[in-house]
Structure formats: C-alpha cells, structure tokens
Write a protein that binds this ligand. Sequence first.
Ligand code: ADP
Length: 394
Amino acid sequence: MSQINEQIVLDTLKGVVDPNRGKSIVDLGMVTGVVIKDGNVGFAIEVEAARGAEMEPLRKEAEAIVHRLDGVVSVTAVLTAERPQSAGAPSAGAPSPGASSPGASSPSAPASGRPAQQQGGAGQQAMVPGVRTIIAIASGKGGVGKSTTAVNLSLALSRLDLQVGLLDADIYGPSQPRMMGISGRPNSPDGKTLTPMENYGIKCMSMGFLVAEDTPMIWRGPMVQSALQQMLRDVAWGELDVLVVDMPPGTGDAQLTMAQQVPLSGAVIVSTPQDIALLDARKGLNMFRKVDVPVLGIIENMSVFVCPSCGHESHIFSHGGAKREADKLGMEFLGEIPLHMEIRETSDSGQPVVVSRPDSPHAGVYVAIAERIKQKLFAASSDSPRRAPSIVMQ
Ligand code: ADP
C-alpha cells in the first residue's frame, strides 16, 4: 500500500476544477492546511463567503477524489471563507458553510452565507448574534481541571439568573458531553443552524456531539479554526448573557489563534498549585495580553485536599502560591477550589456538584467565583444584564 503524503493529495486535488473560474482548486491556491495522520486526511478549501453554499458540491467532490486514493482511511474537507479586511484575523475567519466532520455518523453541518457582524471593540472579531459576552476558560496544560471548572462555573453563573451557554472548544479531548450528562446529536431543523444540546438550563455545543469518540482528531491550523467558527456562528445560541468557552489546554499557536478569533470579553485561567510554580499561568496571561483580551482572574484548582472521611485539610501542593503569583502579575485571584472526590465523581458522572449538591461548600466556592465574574463582566452596565439586540438570522 502506498504511503499517502501531502504532494499526492495536492496532485489529486488538481483534478477538482472550480466551475466558475475554469481552473483547479490547487492552481487557484484554494487548498490549504493539508494534514495527514494515519491515513486520515484533512484540508481546507478557501472560498469567497458569498459563494459558500454553491461550493458544497465541490467540497464533496474533493473529499471523494482523495478518498479513492490508496492508503486513505478518511477525508475531511472544510470550506473556509476569508473575512472581510476589517475583520482583524488574517485567515479562515467566517463560518465555513457545509463543512463536514470525519465519521460517517456526523450530521451534515449547517450551511450559511450570512455576513459576519462586526464588533466595535479591540479585536474586531465578528460578534455572535444574541450573545452578550463570551469568556474563555483556559489553562497552561491539560488535566488541571479546566473543563470541570468550566462546567461548574457555567452552572453557577446560571444560578445567578444569567442565560448561559457552554462551548466546548477543547476539540482535542471534548469532555463536556460527559460532564454535562448529554448524549445524542444536535439537530438542524432548517439545515443551516444547529440547535444546541441542553441540560440543567445550559445550552451546550461540543465537537464531542458531532464526532464519534474513536474518530481521530486530525484538525489542526485552519481546520481547528473553522470548526470553532462553526460552533460559534452556525449554532442557534439564542439570547445569552454569557457564553463560556472551554478552550483547548495550552498556550500554543492554536490556542492563540482561537483567542484571537473569538470575540472574548475576558478570560479565566485555571491552574493547579504546581503549574503556578511552573509559571504556566504566566504563559496564559501573556497569551491573552497579546490578543488584547482582559484576564478576569486566576482560579487555583485542586488547591487543598479535603479528606472525604474526616474532612481534614491537607495542602499537598503547598498553599497560597496562586494568590501570590496572581498579585505579582497584577491578575485578580478569583478563588481556590479544593481537590475533592465529590467534585471528581459528580462531574465525571454528568451531575456536576453545583447542580447535584447545590448546598455543598464546593458549590458555594463556584458560585462565589461566578458572582465575581458576573460583577466584572457587567460592571459597566446595570446590575441586571440587558440583552443584546437580537439579530435575525437569515
Ligand atoms: P482539563 O479540562 O484541565 O483537562 P478536567 O476538568 O477534565 O481537566 O479534569 C481532569 C480530572 O480531574 C477529571 O477526572 C476531573 O473530574 C478531576 N478534577 C478536576 N477538578 C477537580 C477537583 N477540584 N477535585 C477533584 N477532582 C477534580
């Protein structure tokens, strides 16, 4: 069996001709971001936003022709649209109509050719209609409890009478479906927008809903971006006060690009006491500074170990480091969440502690942090958040 490589893919794609321009999509420079992993091939086809819907057959043709190659297991081609010049990010910005996900069981993703709304603020990213604020929950590395924190904070914000959505952008290891106790797939009644899944009063969207668990995660670069763009803009979020985005762990290029492409009102950094010592939190702060996103503060997770039988508190990883580091960096210290079996068991079984044990001290910690976040997000407006004017989607 021949070894598939980028050149073979590109040579093959020369057989796909853009009917309007009479040349191959390769010669027209429309193919970008070819990735190949274990026979799984992915690439993006850049199109003009206005031509999105009409390019769907071409996308399908490109997938089919590559799929016929020896050694190819799966093919994912996504359409990405260049943003208008004023939109800030240099590439692959607008929603990608008709992009598909690997895995035969994936629903066809929505198509849309609507123009991006522009936000007046710093990043000039396209706004998400009806969504008042978007916050990122980020971490310097995986396994620090970022997703657990994102879920419980979302639920805590919802307890504060806010309309909350949760977007699982951790496309490398989506865990929100499990933590939110949601299974199944989102519908697309109009064939354009996906209806988000919902539980505990929170609207959720995750790559985990669209992609079978055993599907290799081969998105990188532009493909990651377009998947995120779709989950932001081609989902009927409705009216939200806060959309919480669970970012992929780390502070590399992919995360930076995401931070740049999402119109974030602020970011929260989750860290364990060890990471704080290793300066991971500082990297997170620097990443958001680069893209002019205000860091709302830092949360120390797995801060103190509380013995489930006797309630004794042990500071396994030392204590107080996060607060000191936050002070040093001029970041607010939002609070500390203990390392406790109940937090792990409840989130891993789809019944996060904030809803399953609403009166527990753990739930209290999340709610107190959520109160502070709410205050910081809406301080400039009134106490009860006003809704953004709704924009009718075509
Ligand atoms: P990340 O999103 O940073 O990769 P997760 O939120 O998936 O991390 O958490 C990793 C594991 O740690 C999960 O099993 C989760 O239930 C557990 N966990 C997270 N925070 C806590 C905590 N405060 N106490 C106990 N277990 C926790």
